[in-house]
Design a protein around this ligand. Structure first.
Ligand code: HEM
Length: 383
């Protein structure tokens, strides 16, 4: 039940010693995320953080209007309903095939790791497919993504400098690789996202190559680990609620509200670690001065009893489930339809194909990250 969040919510807007303002209640989080004086651009912080990017072109998650809106619109129009013709709708067979292939490889094994054997390889394969990365390059791609994401996690056992160096190298390699791929796509007719972005003139014109590469990088970072964690948190939650797991076998349509409830109850993204105040902002009678850093506790907001009835209960029949799992406001996750569909297919097939699954360790070991929450391994025994 996350007692720390309950404690935090007693002070909805809490000022820390370093002038960071921590916001933990549903109403205040949504108010702030919809405030036009809020910036996602690190350059607007009075004390930029270590994570302030060295990238030449920041991706649109780190930009404000009008640049953010232009780039987001240009990427979004390829992405799926209601922005048809959608890549997501067209990807259904690829999603199902990938899931089947991974589960075929697990068949007959007494013990599987839901993370390494399934949840980890799945979204990388999906993003490769989306971008048009050839199959034979996938293993290299996977290593870069891994190094990049590990460099963001906190783990006291490994040397942070070594991990950061690996992350910087991976970022460079990935950019170079994507640049090469993009060059081949210019003038082509392919239906993949890189080809579409390179050749398609929409109402906003065309992205530059730099902008395309930053966008592709963003999709990778924003779309991989998050989906891994949603699938893994989902399987863990189902194994802890065997009656729901049994229901899902009999009522496949339950998976849609179930994934929505997971995004509220065990979301992959717990925190938006920073936003900057463009000018003084008043939230719940507290004035947050211009240039301050604002931290938004999304997972706490999704468990706020003033917004959700019996919030610590996992209830796939819950109505009015406007959780904060994908954020809110102009930066609302745009991979939502894809992430939902991936997780729906993954959980449906896991539950259908695993034979009397049981948890080996509860709780499982968790990834050490201040922002993302999910097990690093989830061992399940069958039969
Ligand atoms: C933004 C969560 C999957 C692409 C966000 C934000 C959250 C989030 C909380 C808001 C960040 C902010 O306001 O600063 C998640 C979760 C996912 C998921 C929980 C999986 C369960 C994906 C996927 C993709 C994706 C699969 C793409 C393939 C993006 C992008 C943004 C974003 C591009 C930035 C949007 C903008 O700045 O306008 N996501 N995401 N996400 N997400 Fe996701």
């Amino acid at each position: 039940p996350y007692p720390l969040y309950a404690e935090l919510r007693k002070t909805p807007v809490a000022r820390q010693e370093d002038d960071t303002y921590v916001i933990s209640t549903y109403r205040e989080i949504t108010d702030v995320l919809h405030n036009p004086h809020l910036s996602s651009d690190t350059r607007n912080l009075s004390h930029p953080t270590a994570g302030a990017e060295e990238q030449t072109t920041p991706a649109f998650i780190n930009l404000d209007p009008p640049e953010h809106d232009r780039l987001r619109r240009m990427a979004m129009r390829h992405f799926g309903p209601p922005h048809t013709p959608g890549l997501v709708t067209g990807m259904e067979p690829a999603l199902t095939d990938t899931v089947s292939g991974l589960l075929d490889d697990c068949a007959g094994k007494e013990r599987i790791d839901i993370v390494d054997d399934f949840a980890y390889p799945f979204p990388v394969a999906v993003i490769c497919h989306l971008l048009g990365v050839p199959r034979e390059d996938e293993p290299r791609f996977r290593i870069w993504v891994n190094d990049l994401i590990n460099s963001i996690d906190y783990d006291p056992k490994t040397d942070p400098k070594e991990k950061l160096d690996k992350g910087v190298q991976a970022r460079k390699d990935l950019r170079q690789y994507l640049g090469g791929l993009l060059e081949q796509r210019h003038g082509g007719q392919g239906g993949d996202l890189l080809s579409r972005l390179a050749n398609d003139d929409g109402p906003d014109g065309r992205m530059t190559d730099e902008e395309i590469i930053s966008t592709a990088n963003l999709l990778l970072i924003a779309g991989h680990e998050t989906t891994v964690n949603l699938i893994t948190n989902g399987m863990l939650t189902l194994l802890r609620h065997p009656q729901v797991l049994r229901r899902l076998r009999d009522e496949p349509d339950l998976v849609v509200p179930l994934v929505e409830e997971l995004l509220r109850y065990e979301p992959p993204v717990h925190i938006i670690p920073w936003r900057a105040a463009y000018s003084d902002i008043t939230v719940a009678d507290t004035v947050i001065p211009k240039g301050s850093r604002i931290m938004l506790m999304l997972a706490s907001g999704s468990r706020d009893p003033n917004r959700f009835h019996d919030p610590d209960r996992f209830d796939p029949d819950r109505r009015d489930n406007q959780h904060l799992g994908f954020g809110s406001g102009i930066h609302l996750c745009f991979g939502g339809p894809l992430a939902r569909r991936e997780t729906e297919i993954a959980l449906t097939e896991l539950v259908r194909r695993l034979d009397r699954p049981g948890l080996v360790a509860d709780p499982p070991p968790y990834r050490r990250s201040p922002v993302l929450r999910g097990p690093i391994h989830l061992y399940v025994e069958q039969g």
